[in-house]
Write a protein that binds this ligand. Structure first.
Ligand code: 3HC
Length: 285
């Protein structure tokens, strides 16, 4: 299938990164949000990221303007009609995703692939809201999307070989390396990542080490680019909690159980970098 126009629903942390990478890779991108305010915030994030890439010499002014010209924002679902592929990147809420997929099923051409950037939710459950489960799959990107090399593809029980092959080819055009996982909670990466972050928060909560020492221990002792608490702040504590809850509900194993501290922080609005405070304070930039 020839893909030129893609749709991205949700222009938050992940959605805006997907839009940026797709537009820089030469795709026309229709960007959808719930309302104009969210759309403006998401587009501003993309502008900032493109400016950052320019200032680092990774992108010329001409390339950045061309990427911006390929993006068009909307708050109407019917504007996704011309899309050849749509990626949903909204919050981890099955009902919301099902509503979006059901609507996309109505407004897009029947052969269009509908993908979800879900971190943990069942692809089969999302696909069930459509009449094209063979054309539904998971396309799980990693934060920050412009930097991370991986695209994890998740094959639902009814996803066709053709859909998977098209998604692999699309991932390559974005410059990503793809891996394929079966439709099981957490797929490959989050199934490994969440118990690690949960353990690190538990260690901190128990007062066994300072947050700085936990992070320095992993960063310097294991050569990770950042420690687990800094990483949780980057991913977003709300997202981390949502994924942990799905995994715990599905597997019932204590290693996935969110520590009370994580839940308290999310309730208090301490969501990490995106809200300015998490384990660390980002308000001074
Ligand atoms: N957007 C675009 N580019 C960015 C960026 C962003 N948000 N953040 C950093 N970069 C670029 C920088 O421009 C720089 O590029 P350069 O080397 O060509 O100049 C490069 O990345 C390194 O950035 P910095 O020097 O500013 O900082 P670091 O060296 O500390 O790197 C990092 C930052 C890339 C975020 C690195 O710390 C890292 O890889 N951290 C781990 C990230 C990770 O594990 N992500 C996966 C999270 S799990 C997930 O997303 C799944 C979900 O479902 C939970």
């Amino acid at each position: 299938m020839n893909i030129q126009t893609i749709g991205v629903i949700g222009c938050g942390l992940m959605g805006s990164g997907i839009v940026e990478v797709a537009a820089k890779s030469g795709f026309d991108v229709i960007v959808g949000e719930l309302n104009q305010e969210f759309l403006d915030t998401g587009m501003a994030r993309i502008h900032k990221s493109l400016e950052r890439a320019q200032s680092k010499g990774k992108l010329t002014e001409k390339e950045a303007s061309a990427a911006l010209a390929r993006m068009s924002g909307t708050i109407k679902s019917e504007d996704f009609a011309p899309a050849d592929l749509v990626i949903e990147a909204v919050t981890e809420d099955l009902e919301l995703k099902q509503r979006i997929f059901s609507r996309l099923d109505q407004v897009t051409q029947p052969d269009v692939i509908l993908a979800s950037n879900t971190s943990s939710i069942s692809i089969a459950a999302i696909a069930a809201a459509t009449n094209r489960p063979d054309k539904v799959l998971g396309m799980h990107f990693f934060n920050p999307v412009p930097v991370m090399a991986l695209l994890e593809l998740v094959r639902g029980s009814l996803t066709s070989d053709e859909t998977l092959a098209t998604a692999q080819a699309f991932g390559e055009r974005l410059g990503k390396t793809t891996v394929v996982a079966k439709d099981s909670p957490g797929f490959i990466v989050n199934r490994l990542l969440i118990p690690y972050i949960v353990d690190a928060i538990g260690l901190y909560e128990a007062g066994l080490a300072s947050k700085e020492d936990i992070d320095a221990g992993v960063k310097l002792g294991l050569a990770h680019p950042m420690g687990p608490l800094t990483l949780a702040d980057l991913v977003g504590l709300d997202t981390t909690l949502a994924v942990a809850d799905v995994l715990y509900e599905e597997y019932g194993e204590p290693r996935f159980k969110a520590p009370p501290l994580l839940r308290q922080m999310v309730t208090a609005g301490l969501l990490g970098r995106k809200s300015g405070r998490g384990f660390y304070d980002y308000r001074q930039g």
